[in-house]
Design a protein around this ligand. Structure first.
Ligand code: PMP
Length: 402
């Protein structure tokens, strides 16, 4: 409601202004949020919400974690952005830490987002001298033109055709289709361990290992996009570690920066030497402030044993949702704290809204899939609260549908 003067009322405040000022790429804003702490967020009116979205798998430690606040404040007060033509301690230390967690020798290229991490992988792959690429149908790798070319979702791609590159998209999880698509001309195969944006679809057991075997035999690189699954989200530093698969390249972003923009392209062995000086770069990629946040995230996850907790809390949440025996829940899939509640009816959009009304932020990732990707610090108190509220949230969504 606008007031007599035409000025927006406080309730409309941010939402209205965002409609007037921001390009409409995300649709109408869901909710103006003003503050957060851990897994709780508050809106302008002071209503609290439990965060089961985590900025879509971003806020590994939740909002305003003291370790991140301290690291960022100290770093920006000491040395903010430095040109990548110089060296900065947090940047080098974060690269060393990531390689240590991967348990392999290699090198890191830092950027500012998942799309950029994949763009770097795309260019690195082209330096093999081969031009063809293979990715998966339904996959998501970002919205820049190169990353969009690799994305396997025609509705997102078609408005921007023609896209760069020669990409073959194979059905996800089908080993024989992958084997048939990979040739001596293939530069790389790019896959996600779990297709998050498609609706938290998990690769069948053995698929990634088969992809490793197929790419190695053809002399092609295997690149895993762990933007959504990496940095503890599945209870492992990298989802591929759970399968014992060693890709040539891993791309990361989201949770890595603890809420700050940070992408990373980890390349191992010979793949680490493919990009030469002058062939790629970014002004802000790997800036010391984002990297200090990244270090704080990794150290906190490690020192507080949060990976084990992610496995435990995630498993309990999944089992509790299934145990509800709600007629609307067909299946719960995913790993760790990246879960998809598959519904028997296409009411995910409505459930997103009825959940919000009940004080829970979650994400309708597909018409029939609710995605849960809470901060990794979320505890059983919070997950139990969601499980208790879920029957009411789903009943209200189904009711509205009728
Ligand atoms: N890859 C995957 C697997 C993703 O889930 C996303 C983001 N949803 C991206 C890449 C793109 O990341 P960004 O939005 O940071 O560019």
């Amino acid at each position: 409601e606008s007031s007599a003067t035409g000025a927006p009322s406080p309730e409309q405040g941010l939402a209205d202004r965002s409609r007037g000022a921001l390009m409409n790429t995300y649709g109408p804003p869901r909710l103006p949020l003003v503050r957060g702490e851990g897994a709780t967020l508050w809106d302008e009116q002071g209503n609290a919400y439990l965060d089961f979205l985590g900025g879509i798998a971003v806020n590994a430690l939740g909002t305003a974690h003291p370790a991140v606040v301290r690291a960022v404040s100290e770093q920006i007060a000491t040395l903010g952005h430095v040109s990548n033509l110089f060296a900065a301690e947090p940047t080098v230390a974060l690269a060393e830490k990531l390689l240590h967690l991967a348990g392999r020798s290699g090198r890191v290229y830092f950027s500012n987002s998942g799309a950029e991490a994949n763009e770097a992988a795309f260019k690195l792959g082209r330096r093999t001298g081969r031009t063809r690429m293979v990715a998966a149908q339904g996959g998501f790798h970002g919205r820049t033109m190169g990353a969009l070319a690799l994305t396997g979702q025609p509705a997102k791609q078609e408005p921007f055709a023609p896209l760069p590159g020669e990409v073959t998209h194979v059905p996800y999880g089908d080993v024989e289709a992958l084997r048939a698509a990979v040739t001596e001309e293939t530069a790389f195969v790019l896959l996600e361990p779990i297709q998050g944006e498609r609706g938290v679809l998990v690769a069948p057991e053995g698929y990634l290992a088969a992809a490793r075997e197929i790419t190695s035999a053809a002399g092609a690189l295997l690149i895993l996009d762990e933007v959504q699954t990496g940095i503890g989200r599945t209870g492992h530093w990298f989802a591929c570690q759970a399968e014992g698969v060693e890709p040539d390249v891993i791309t990361l972003a989201k949770g890595l920066g603890g809420g700050l923009p940070l992408g990373a392209t980890l390349a191992f062995g010979e793949a680490a030497e493919l990009l030469a000086p002058g062939q790629h770069g970014s002004t802000f990629g790997g800036n010391p402030v984002s990297c200090a946040a990244g270090l704080a995230v990794l150290e906190t996850l490690e020192n507080e044993g949060l990976l084990d907790r992610v496995k435990r809390v995630g498993a309990r949440l999944r089992e509790a949702v299934l145990a509800l025996g709600h007629p609307c829940v067909a299946q719960v899939r995913g790993a760790g704290l990246l879960l998809g509640i598959v519904l028997t009816e296409p009411v995910a959009d409505r459930a997103q809204q009825t959940a919000q009304d009940a004080g829970f932020l979650l994400n309708a990732v597909a018409p029939d899939v609710i995605r849960l990707a809470p901060p990794l610090i979320v505890g059983e108190k919070e997950t139990d609260a969601l499980v208790r509220a879920l029957p009411g949230i789903l009943d209200a969504a189904v009711e509205q549908q009728r």
